[in-house]
Design a protein around this ligand. Structure first.
Ligand SMILES: C[S@@+](CC[C@H](N)C(=O)[O-])C[C@H]1O[C@@H](n2cnc3c(N)ncnc32)[C@H](O)[C@@H]1O
Length: 283
């Protein structure tokens, strides 16, 4: 039986597996975006919700729509990327950055930082605030990249709904913020507009971790909550790109559900703070 919009998310049938393979092949060859090595279980949930959103009865019907209608393809590609983020996500991670990593980076004359998978910029502004408070921002260049152009456009604006700010303020304080969080934004029309000075040292650009390679040498790379959506093969590829992009003694920060042990490159790093997923490249 072909998978339908109302099929519950039980185990995929062999036919559904074939339909998904064909769908992802078509998205790769026609839409130019390669989801083939994304983790199947979460990908499948998002395909199911695309069936409903695009009013398709089966995955094959959805395939037919997206290969013949560029707008459907666009909606599909956007629907498949998960852009959930918050400012100072996992505040203890940011506290560890401030207390453990920044002192190690302070002697470097210039800091190149890469935020890979920066989504709508929440992590970018969080980091810029901390670097400013530690007096490091004027020596930094931050490269904030994502595969999703719409997310990058939002990130460049730096405007977030005002009702999120209470949570962001709490996270900021838990992360060791030293000022009043309201200094960093202006409230207008239900939005918090973050001060443009925070992005003076930031360059936003499209970069696809599936297909693109290293593009610079960095002192600090954060790639958090991105690889959880990838299968093991793709995670290994991304680990190579990140490691090849780090200067010796540069620091890598991963998300709470991502870790270096058992990856092919674990021997190239030492753990600076394993619970907070902070590692330093040593070879
Ligand atoms: C859940 S968000 C994580 C945002 C932020 N790093 C954080 O931890 O809150 C995952 C981001 O990874 C991006 N992403 C997914 N696949 C990607 C790829 N192949 N290359 C670059 N970014 C990708 C998505 O567009 C999304 O913005």
């Amino acid at each position: 039986m072909a998978a339908t919009a109302s099929t519950p998310c039980a185990r995929p049938t062999p036919l559904e597996e074939v339909e998904i393979d064909l769908l992802l092949e078509a998205v790769h060859r026609v839409g130019g975006v390669d989801f083939r090595d994304y983790a199947r279980a979460s990908l499948r949930r998002r395909i199911q919700s695309q069936l409903r959103a695009q009013k398709a009865d089966t995955i094959t019907h959805l395939l037919d729509k997206i290969v013949h209608d560029p707008l459907c393809m666009d909606r599909f590609v956007l629907g498949l990327s998960v852009n959930v983020s918050v400012m100072f996500r996992d505040p203890a991670f940011f506290r560890a950055l401030r207390e453990l990593v920044f002192p190690l980076l302070r002697p470097w004359p210039f800091l190149r930082i890469w935020l890979a998978g920066c989504s709508m910029g929440e992590e970018v502004y969080s980091l810029a605030i901390m670097l400013a408070e530690e007096g490091l921002i004027s020596r930094c260049r931050i490269y904030a990249t994502d595969i999703n152009e719409r997310a990058l456009a939002k990130a460049r604006e730096g405007i977030y709904a005002l009702d999120l700010v209470q949570r962001y303020t709490q996270n900021y304080m838990l992360a060791g913020g030293t000022r009043s969080f309201s200094e960093y934004y202006t409230a207008a029309y239900g939005n918090a507009i973050f001060t443009p000075a925070l992005r003076e040292r930031v360059m936003f650009a499209k970069h696809n971790l599936v297909a693109d390679g290293p593009f610079n040498e960095f002192s600090l790379i954060l790639c958090r909550n991105v690889m959880i959506y990838f299968n093991r093969r793709l995670q290994d590829r991304v680990h190579h790109v990140l490691c090849d992009s780090l200067a010796n003694f540069g620091v890598l920060g991963l998300g709470a559900r991502e870790a270096l042990p058992f990856t092919p490159l674990q021997n190239r790093y030492e753990a600076l703070d394993a619970p907070h997923r902070l590692y330093r490249r040593v070879v």
